[in-house]
Write a protein that binds this ligand. Structure first.
Ligand code: SAM
Length: 358
């Protein structure tokens, strides 16, 4: 068996399958996907191991929209003996021993479903003896080395697991492909975690530094009650918060926020331009993408981070159409833009887009 295993949010299997199939075809790799709706992962089956390995080396999870993690899966182990699950897993890992790549990390994982969550404790405990055994068989380095290949054991049930590996530049650094964040107790809404995850996982350290220069200015469209504004204030920004709703008192007391009860589609920056435009208005994705394009093309904002609401159907097409349109407009103006779009863990039926001017 050889396939690419992609983890995703349960309910987004068809979108993930469509995206991985398309991205693989661009690399000249053809296959088909198998999945059950709601299981939180898909399997992209390919002809041979060489194709799967090449995809593992060339398709970065960070360049995809819906995949949380991508694994080259080499074995599907069913009816694992509860008295000894380790031996067949060690055997499977030995089958992808390589002269070029050592394994420097181990992930024992599960899907982001209710059944998957029941396996979390088991996975944590099981990782300890498995790690020891892999080291004893010289299939895992004694020190953790994130710059090497990682072994993944993905449990579907306690007696069924997929075993494979990922390459350092292409995988998500997080177990289960999930960036967990602690909710800041003084933030006014849980939405704050969406922007925090976007900043931490979609922007490089250098981009974070240049976007959030000391004393920078930002506009937050659809700001209330203020979860996104909170992240900007934490990063030393002065924020024009635009929304007809009411904004958190503590944020207003920071002295860094001005509230404008106005329509986000007609609002213009107070001083002609800002460093960063953020937008979390729940609106048609084409409309929001067009508005973001207007701000960037007209130079009202240097960079933008925004969410696009996903429709019930044809989500992948809707997103790619909106993003392609924006990309075309940005190509026509001077300056290079780095555009990323991801379905983040803290997003629900929406994706997050970052547009950073180089
Ligand atoms: C999902 S909430 C934003 C949550 C916010 N980002 C936070 O972290 O607290 C969407 C907000 O967009 C605002 N909104 C929707 N359409 C708008 C428009 N045309 N102009 C301004 N605000 C709008 C709504 O009033 C609502 O407060």
């Amino acid at each position: 068996m050889t396939s690419i295993l992609a983890y995703c949010r349960p309910g987004y299997e068809a979108d993930t399958a469509q995206e991985i199939t398309e991205r693989a075809a661009i690399l000249g790799i053809y296959g088909y996907c198998t999945f059950d709706s709601g299981q939180g992962f898909i399997n992209f089956k390919v002809q041979n191991h060489t194709d799967a390995d090449r995809l593992g080396l060339e398709l970065r999870v960070s360049s995809t929209i819906f995949a949380r993690q991508l694994i080259v899966a080499v074995a599907e182990l069913e009816d694992l003996d509860t008295a000894d699950r380790i031996s067949p897993i060690v055997e499977a890992v030995a089958s992808f021993r390589s002269d070029h790549w050592q394994n420097g990390l181990l992930f024992v994982e599960h899907a982001d479903t209710e059944e998957g969550k029941d396996l979390a404790k088991f996975c944590r405990k099981f990782a300890v003896p498995l790690r020891q055994s892999l080291r004893k068989h010289r299939l895992l380095t004694f020190k953790e080395k994130p710059e090497l290949r990682a072994v993944h054991v993905f449990f579907c049930r306690t007696d069924k697991a997929l075993v494979g590996y990922s390459y350092p530049d292409c995988r998500s650094e997080f177990a289960n492909g999930i960036c967990r964040l602690k909710f800041p107790s003084s933030a006014p809404s849980r939405s704050t975690l969406k922007l925090e995850e976007a900043i931490l996982t979609m922007l490089t350290a250098a981009q974070q530094q240049s976007v959030f220069r000391a004393g920078g200015r930002a506009v937050d469209l659809g700001a209330c009650p203020g979860g996104w504004t909170y992240q900007l204030v934490q990063r030393g920004q002065f924020v024009e918060a635009v929304d007809n709703g009411s904004i958190d008192d503590a944020l207003m007391a920071s002295g860094q926020v001005e509230h404008f009860a106005a329509d986000g589609f007609t609002y213009r920056p107070q001083f002609g331009r800002v460093d960063l435009l953020v937008c979390d208005m729940i609106e048609q994705p084409e409309r929001v993408a067009k508005l973001m394009g207007d701000w960037l093309v007209k130079g009202w904002a240097e960079h933008a981070i925004f969410n696009l609401k996903l429709p019930m159907k044809r989500r992948y097409e809707t997103v790619t159409t909106a993003i392609d349109g924006l990309q075309k407009r940005l190509q026509n103006i001077s300056g290079n833009f780095n555009l990323n779009h991801r379905h983040l863990y803290h997003d629900r039926d929406e994706i997050t887009v970052t547009v950073i001017r180089q």
